[in-house]
Design a binder for this molecule. Sequence first.
Ligand code: FAD
Length: 373
Amino acid sequence: MAGEPVVILGGGLIGLAVAHQLARRGRTVTVLSRRRSEAAGFVAAGMLAPHAEGLVGDQLTLGQRSLDRIPSWVAQIEADSGLSCGLRTSGIIVPFEEAAARDRYPTATCGQALNRQQLERELPGLGEAWTAGLLFEQDGQIDNRRQLMRALESACADRGVRFLEGVDVLALEQSGGGLQGARVRDAEGHDYTLACTEAVLCAGAWSARLLPELQIAPVKGQMLSLQAPRGALKRVIFGPGTYLVPREDGLVVVGATSEPEAGFSEGLTPQGQRTLQAGIASLLPQATHWPPMERWWGFRPCTPDEGPVLGASSIEGLWLACGHHRNGVLMAGLTAELLAGVITGQPLDNDTKTLLQAFRWDRFENSAKASTL
Ligand SMILES: Cc1cc2nc3c(=O)[nH]c(=O)nc-3n(C[C@H](O)[C@H](O)[C@H](O)COP(=O)(O)OP(=O)(O)OC[C@H]3O[C@@H](n4cnc5c(N)ncnc54)[C@H](O)[C@@H]3O)c2cc1C
């Protein structure tokens, strides 16, 4: 029903993107957000990197379709907000110690093979260990932390989305298999039930706390940034375990540790920061002299196959858009389009149906069953 609000559970990157697309299709939308600053949307490096990440199968298809949609998605956000999202088609280079490893990379055929000489031309000062590379011109980046998140919030507000900030969703309420409401605690500590029959679960790494049948766990990532001379690094370097992402103004975002064992433990650790520092020294020794600006951390929402869960849930009226792990920035636009499409009853083409089928929440149960047959 057009008049009844769709409630977005979680106001991070995916929640904002879905809210925006629903509002653009004329739906009334309310976003419930516990803590804006904990969203991985503010943490990510913002790489748009289905090829550099070496995605395969359905995730590569989803990632490539998402990448194609980014310019038009960003144009919508920029038109609604009047703010730039900081999209940059910088290309991404994956360096290797041996040409054989380069040629075995899952997405090798989508990139341009580079030898050491070509690598040096693209990335002056690259560490000596790296003798081969793949250039993915089509991959890029967006300044999620400083620009995209703010622009999305503003675009949502412009489209009439209502925000309830500081609201912790404690539990979902259902009756007869259908969603009835969300039990919430507001910023002043009052508990009440917000009635709703249609909601989208976008609670990132915390999603399984509200729906325990989802297999989503946090994978902590620590980051830092350096201030480089403007133009000192022109392309993203995507090394094993560490990457350097140069923004337009010379800020270089460096990521990221991958710490599934850390659970939801907050804060930086000396070990995590040392790991990043070692990665910088190996990839681009001169960057060890660039002054550090900021250090931060966050939690990726990870499923058993590292792909998102999208579409219907086991509760009628509750939709899922979570578990995007390392590629939520890349996949936010298409995720929002898919979810807004199904929620508003838009006819789905066969490609879209296939994607939604591939990213069903219960696919892990199915594959576990299949492997025991
Ligand atoms: C270190 C790091 C680097 C990354 N780099 C990249 C990258 O380069 N490219 C890329 O594509 N992706 C990257 N990602 C992944 C990307 O950031 C995530 O996949 C994406 O942000 C997930 O979006 P989300 O909305 O699902 O979760 P989030 O952005 O984390 O938002 C979830 C929101 O839900 C709210 N919430 C949770 N529970 C409740 C509740 N009970 N009640 C109310 N609100 C609740 C939280 O407060 C939070 O604001 C990176 C992630 C990390 C951590």
